[in-house]
Structure formats: C-alpha cells, structure tokens
Design a binder for this molecule. Structure first.
Ligand code: FAD
Length: 348
C-alpha cells in the first residue's frame, strides 16, 4: 500500500502541473496515471496558449490565462525546459461583414477594459503574416498569445514534479475509490493500492467516471477534437491562426443545455459552425484543427470534418490549398457542461 498526503489522478497537463506546484510547496505528492504522461488530450493538442492581458480589474479568466502564460515562460526560461514556447501572438481572420461588426465591438469593449487586442486591416495583418489571404476583411490581433509543444510542456511539468520530490506511478489505472470514516481515501489501481488524505481528480474527459467511484456527479463530458498536419516546410506561418466564424456563432447561440456543453461545432451530426485554430510547429509541420463534437469516447478522426477544416484554413492561408494533409489525429477534450472552469474543493 502506497501512503501519501495528496494523490493526484491523471498525468495530463492539469495533473502534472498540480504535482509540480504542490511538490514545490513541500507537500507529499503521488500521481497515478493509467498510461504514460501526456498520453491523452495534453499530448495531442494544438499548443495554442490564449491570453489577452490582465485587464484593469483582473478577473478569474485573466488570472488563469495570464498566470498560465507566466508559468509556461518560467518553464522555458528560468527552469530551462525546452517546451518550444514562443510568444508568437495570434491573428483571428474576419471573413464577413457580420464578423467584422462583432469583432469591432469586442475590440472596443476589451480595450476599454485594459486588454491588449487590436483590429488590423488586412494590409496591416499581411505585414505580420504575409501568407494570409488578401480577401479577408481584417484580423483581430492578440499579441500576448503564445504557443508551445503540448507534449514537451506536460512532460516538463512531470519531470520538474519528480525533481521536486513527487512520486509518479505510470501504468496505474484507478479502478475504485473508498472514502473512510477517518477522512482518508483508499484508491484501488490495476497495480498496488494507495491511501491519501486528499485526492485531486485531474482525469480530463474521464473525471465523470472517477467522480462516480465516490458517488459524486462531476459535470464534465468528452468532446472530440481533431487535427491534421502537413509535411514539414520552411518557416511560413508565424502566429497562431484562428477565424472569427465560430466566435460569432457561439456569441449568438452558445448551444448548451443540461446535457450539452456550450461552444460545439456540431449538434448531433449537424454542423452549426466551423471552428479553426492552427500554427506551424518548430519541426515545420503546419497543424490545424477545430471541430468539437460530442461522440462519446470515440477518438477516430472524421475525414469529412478534416476536409471542411482544411478548406477553411485554406480560405485564411491560400497556400494551404495546394498542401496535402500528411496525417490526422483526434483526442478527447474535457468540457464542463456550463463552460466554466471546474477547480477547487468539491462542495458535495
Ligand atoms: C485536438 C485537440 C486540440 C486542442 N487544442 C488546444 C489548444 O490549442 N490550446 C488549449 O489550451 N487547449 C487545447 N485543447 C484542449 C487541451 O488539450 C485540454 O484542455 C487539456 O489537455 C486537458 O488536460 P487534462 O490534464 O485535464 O486532461 P488529459 O490530458 O486528457 O489528461 C487526463 C489524464 O488522466 C488519465 N486517466 C483517465 N482515467 C484514469 C484512471 N482511471 N486512472 C488513472 N489515470 C486516468 C488519462 O490517461 C490522461 O492522461 C485541445 C484538445 C484537443 C483534443
């Protein structure tokens, strides 16, 4: 039986970073991961890091985004882990008059609240990102946004946690949890059992199942995200790139209800919008994705969705039209049903 003060379930970026920070505070930490570190969403995502500044009155979102940005910076710079972090800035393509009016209003509101965003003409945007289409109506520029290699970043947190004294137990799948009267938890795994005073549930899209082991309802559902990559090219795309279409659609109709989180690209099989994000990796691949679909725990990419996404990316960066897709992949994103972060002590 492994005895520990704090037991973390899940070795994605949430679990690995929690292990690192708790170990830094001198807490006794053990992390249980059923596979390898970063074997799910944290190893396959686009690596785009969102941030638009602290604002005049920092709110929860500013703390989470700007706080993360600082943590990624120190991982790369002070702690010397090469996670391919780069404050690249981000351009969001505006393709219709309705999108332009929406983004213009957003930029005015955000700037008045002290956030760092700008509305660029297409001509101005092309001086930053020469490959973007002259047919765009403009771009939302977010210079604080950044990028990093997601697998390297997650593995760096895990290595830093280990160096700070955390114990990482890989290939340990949690299969059952018993809450004892003495306020400790006994956790069964596919290997040896563990006992802890505090449990941290960081199991991503699988949080619901872990919660059920304790009789808790954790309102997180798996949403499939999928991506494609080109062959490696010389540097061609310098920012993270997105498009305003989904932002406007989700502003008008977030689409959530008791069983469905907001901000999905599909209702059932029906597409409601096209979502787009991507960048060029240090190795030279151009990677893009965007679809967010409720398909249970199914992780095979849908070729029709990949084709739509490739077409959308080529509308923004026309040179992609001629560039064949080399590989595709998918992963499961943990989406809370109310769209809000789920952090802190469980009230149940
Ligand atoms: C295609 C795609 C693109 C994305 N792009 C971006 C992006 O550009 N920017 C961004 O910010 N976010 C992006 N995301 C979302 C981001 O990847 C996730 O929000 C994030 O990785 C979630 O981290 P996590 O640690 O909570 O979950 P995960 O990385 O899924 O980690 C959960 C871990 O728990 C483990 N686990 C589950 N059950 C058990 C069990 N019973 N016992 C032990 N271990 C268990 C799993 O094996 C897994 O390793 C994207 C996601 C996808 C899929």
């Amino acid at each position: 039986m492994t005895e520990t003060e704090i037991l973390i379930i899940g070795g994605g970026i949430a679990g690995a970073s929690t292990a690192f920070h708790l170990a830094q505070y001198g807490r006794q930490v053990t992390l249980l991961e059923r596979g390898e570190i970063a074997s799910e969403a944290s190893g396959v995502n686009a690596g785009a890091i969102g941030a638009i500044g602290w604002g005049n009155v920092p709110d929860l979102e500013s703390h989470l985004t700007m706080g993360s940005l600082e943590i990624f910076k120190s991982l790369q710079i002070e702690l010397s882990y090469d996670i391919e972090f780069r404050r690249s800035g981000s351009l969001q393509a505006i393709q219709t008059e309705a999108e332009y009016a929406f983004i213009q209003e957003r930029v005015i509101a955000l700037r008045s609240q002290g956030y760092t965003v700008d509305l660029l003409t297409t001509r101005e945007a092309r001086t930053l990102e020469p490959g973007i289409s002259p047919a765009l109506l403009g771009c939302l520029y977010m210079p604080m946004r950044a990028q990093a290699d997601p697998k390297k970043a997650t593995q760096a947190f895990a290595t830093a946690a280990k160096r700070s004294g955390a114990r990482l137990l890989l290939n340990h799948e949690v299969t059952g949890i018993h809450a004892h009267d003495d306020e400790t938890y006994e956790v069964e795994t596919t290997r040896s059992p563990c006992r802890a005073a505090t449990l941290v549930i960081a199991a991503g899209a699988w949080c619901g199942g872990i919660g059920a082991m304790l009789g808790l309802r954790i309102p997180i559902v798996p949403v499939r995200g999928q991506m494609w990559a080109s062959a490696a090219l010389p540097p061609r795309v310098f920012h993270t790139i997105s498009a305003a279409e989904s932002a406007l659609q989700w502003h008008i109709a977030p689409g959530n209800n008791d069983d469905t989180p907001p901000d999905l690209t599909h209702r059932g099989d029906q597409r409601v919008t096209r979502h787009l994000y991507g960048r060029q990796t240090r190795a030279g691949e151009i990677i893009f994705g965007g679809d967010r679909q409720l398909v249970g725990y199914h992780k095979i990419p849908d070729p029709a969705g990949i084709k739509v996404n490739h077409g959308h990316a080529a509308e923004v960066l026309p040179f992609l039209c001629e560039l064949p897709i080399q590989r595709t992949w998918a992963g499961l994103m943990p989406f809370p049903l109310d769209g809000m972060p789920l952090i802190g002590q469980n009230a149940q």
